[in-house]
Design a protein around this ligand. Sequence first.
Ligand code: SAM
Length: 250
Amino acid sequence: MTDTSGTSVAVVDAHGAQVQRMFGRIAHGYDRANRVMSLGIDVRWRRRAVAALLAHVESGRTAVGLDLCAGTLDSTLAIHQRFPTARLIAGDFVASMLEHGQAKLVGAAKDRIETKVMDAHALPLADRECDAIFCAFGIRNLSDLARATAEQARVLRPGGKLVVLDFFRPERWTTKVVHAVYNRGILPWVGWAVTGDREAYQYLPRSIGKFDSTGEYAARLSAAGFVDVQVESLTLGIASIIRATLQGPT
Ligand SMILES: C[S@@+](CC[C@H](N)C(=O)[O-])C[C@H]1O[C@@H](n2cnc3c(N)ncnc32)[C@H](O)[C@@H]1O
């Protein structure tokens, strides 16, 4: 059962409400659309991004990880496969995305993964509750990045890790070309063919165009108290992983 007690509609502004409705509409075809549009590369990106997520947690206690904007739990499951003893919280503000993901939970994953409806701007978690936060393709959708980043810093322990995998605003000309041709020209039609919703897949390139570049996002994290901010570019810079550590002793 998805815990809906964290639903905090009060903080969802007009943009958030639009994003919520959109993911509610495409939840049924979301996984299939992802695989077709990325030709399966997103599976490799996720695996790489989560590889060291909880490796810093000392043995002898249960590591706690938050998969933020968890959607249909593909990343949560990748984290579980890599760190099978960790307790994972999968949070998203669209209950139907989480419900599609829950159908994939079998065996130990059912005990280790808790799904919780939550808004990234007001996390229903205690201060310093998490050893790591992971977010794939979610941050770009948020209305107030400064507020969401402050929330992430609040719920992370000092020395905790933040790993973000996303499509940042392209700066290299090669990535700009891919963005213009594929994301703007082809992707909305592929998205329409798989989910019946062209508008949702027109939103994707628009959101990339309005998002931070990797440099801007790294600077934002530094300003919010994160250190050792590292950027890894994936597949011609189409996607990037940003890893950071919350300042403080581990
Ligand atoms: C593109 S999907 C990514 C899902 C998953 N992380 C993945 O990699 O497949 C973006 C997700 O972010 C969620 N989301 C967007 N804004 C949110 C917010 N303010 N709070 C919580 N979840 C949010 C959406 O509901 C959606 O499930």
